[in-house]
Ligand binder design. Structure first.
Ligand code: NAG
Ligand code: NAG
Ligand code: NAG
Ligand code: NAG
Ligand code: NAG
Ligand code: NAG
Length: 377
């Protein structure tokens, strides 16, 4: 046995990639896009460091440091009447009151990164998660469940100000039953390349192609939580306003009007996505965009409301829930050197196949250009 350990140490002496179950290290040692080290918790703690489901000791879960009441949950485990199901692999963790898990990540100083993770609330209603990479911290509400599985993917972003970022996912809850905290699974990272406006489009990231990591094997999209400012958005350049999230979707799992990514406005008027663009006072502009449905049984008369400063346009879209889109445009005269463009869904809609998942119209391919008025001869 000892010989075997020695051999693997020797074999690894010449390689600079650390041994881990996941592909998360670029050749130069910084983190690569994808799962963090043991990001899906499939690499199990040593049984001698477990007391039932409760993790004993701070360095028990490979790759992670835990604090407080943390449980290691196997898919299929029961809690009361509830059967716990895990989206990625067979294991997940549960964070009790004030419990946290953390991991140090080698990043490139100055770059922006997004974190995507799966979470499910259990018994408590007002569950939240506090995600931190110092000095940034965000409290993500997880009480609204958007997918029928009970699990949703959430995104958050930070700017690396050191070469090592310590990610902390913390449950700030104070429930009576510590076993009522949220479940966490599949934590991934992706470097973000904030796009710039071009001479073809004053809207940045108008096709939503740049955004958080999307898990190849979870078909629920990724929620961009509310109260996201554009300088730290997992959806670069976009602001998510109001109370609820918007959903980031990809063409591997949904119908997307253009490119590989789009957003689904899943929370009616409670959620809006916005961007502040530079405009020239007195000039005419054309804001064009695609409105459709994601081929996810979101059936009905959907309406997207577009705003450009004080000008608005309502775009109705009759959805059969089978994928499709139409284009719309709003012409306006800029009254300021900065114009807020914003989109929301007028109605709440539920999927016709499960009646429990929120859905809504898809928005994509947002473009803003000034209308060239030909000079008088
Ligand atoms: C890691 O993943 C990237 C992209 O997914 C891939 O191109 C690369 O070959 C993988 N590296 C290893 C060592 O598996
Ligand atoms: C590491 O590699 C990435 C991707 O190839 C590159 O963007 C980054 O600048 C490199 N970092 C360092 C510190 O060399
Ligand atoms: C598990 O813990 C026991 C006791 O501390 C130790 O002897 C054993 O080597 C550990 N196993 C692994 C795989 O770390
Ligand atoms: C979130 O966590 C950070 C770091 O642990 C802490 O400074 C902050 O106060 C926490 N916020 C809440 C609302 O718990
Ligand atoms: C919608 O999804 C179905 C089933 O997954 C697929 O067969 C069909 O081609 C999709 N439609 C569009 C427009 O993408
Ligand atoms: C834009 O307008 C604001 C106030 O209306 C003004 O303070 C600012 O200087 C203007 N910026 C430019 C670049 O014109």
């Amino acid at each position: 046995m000892q010989g075997l350990v020695l051999l693997s140490v020797l074999l690894c002496a010449s390689c600079h990639i650390s041994l881990s179950l996941t592909n998360s290290t670029a050749s130069n040692g910084t983190v690569a896009d994808g799962l963090l080290e043991n990001g899906n918790f499939e690499n199990a703690p040593n049984a001698t460091n477990m007391k039932g489901t409760v993790v004993v000791g701070r360095y028990t879960i490979p790759g992670w440091v835990n604090e407080g009441f943390v449980e290691y949950i196997k898919s299929g485990q029961k809690q009361g009447d509830m059967l716990l199901v895990v989206p990625e692999g067979a294991y997940a963790v549960r964070l009790g009151n004030e419990a946290s898990i953390k991991q140090k990540i080698k990043v490139i100083k100055g770059m922006y990164y997004s974190i995507t993770f799966s979470a499910a609330r259990t018994c408590a209603q007002e569950e939240r998660l506090n995600v931190t990479v110092a000095p940034d911290s965000g409290v993500l509400p997880i009480q609204t469940v958007y997918s029928s599985s009970g699990w949703d993917n959430y995104a958050w972003a930070f700017k690396a100000i050191y070469e090592v970022a310590e990610l902390i996912i913390h449950n700030p809850g104070v429930e009576e039953d510590p076993a009522c905290g949220p479940l966490i699974d599949a934590v991934a990272i992706k470097a973000l390349y904030p796009p710039r406006p071009t001479n073809k489009n004053s809207v940045k990231n108008g096709g939503f192609e740049e955004g958080p990591y999307v898990f190849p094997n979870t078909p629920w999209g990724v929620l961009i939580p509310p109260n996201i400012e554009d300088d730290h958005s997992p959806l670069p350049a976009w602001i998510v306003e109001s109370l609820k999230a918007v959903k980031y979707i990809d063409s591997a799992h949904y119908f997307v009007p253009q490119g590989r990514r789009a957003v689904e406005l899943v929370a009616g008027k409670e959620s809006a996505i916005a961007q502040i663009v530079r405009t020239i006072v007195g000039k005419m502009y054309r804001l064009s965009f695609a409105v459709g449905d994601a081929n996810n049984s979101c059936v009905g008369s959907l309406v997207v409301e577009a705003f450009a400063g004080k000008d608005t346009l309502k775009v109705p879209y009759e959805s059969k829930g089978k994928g499709g889109f139409k284009r719309a445009e709003l012409k306006f005269k800029a009254v300021s050197n900065r114009t807020r463009i914003m989109f929301l869904s007028t109605f709440y809609t539920m999927r016709s196949d499960d009646f429990s998942s929120l859905c809504g119209p898809v928005l994509d391919d947002v473009k803003l250009l000034s209308i060239q008025t030909s000079p008088n001869p």
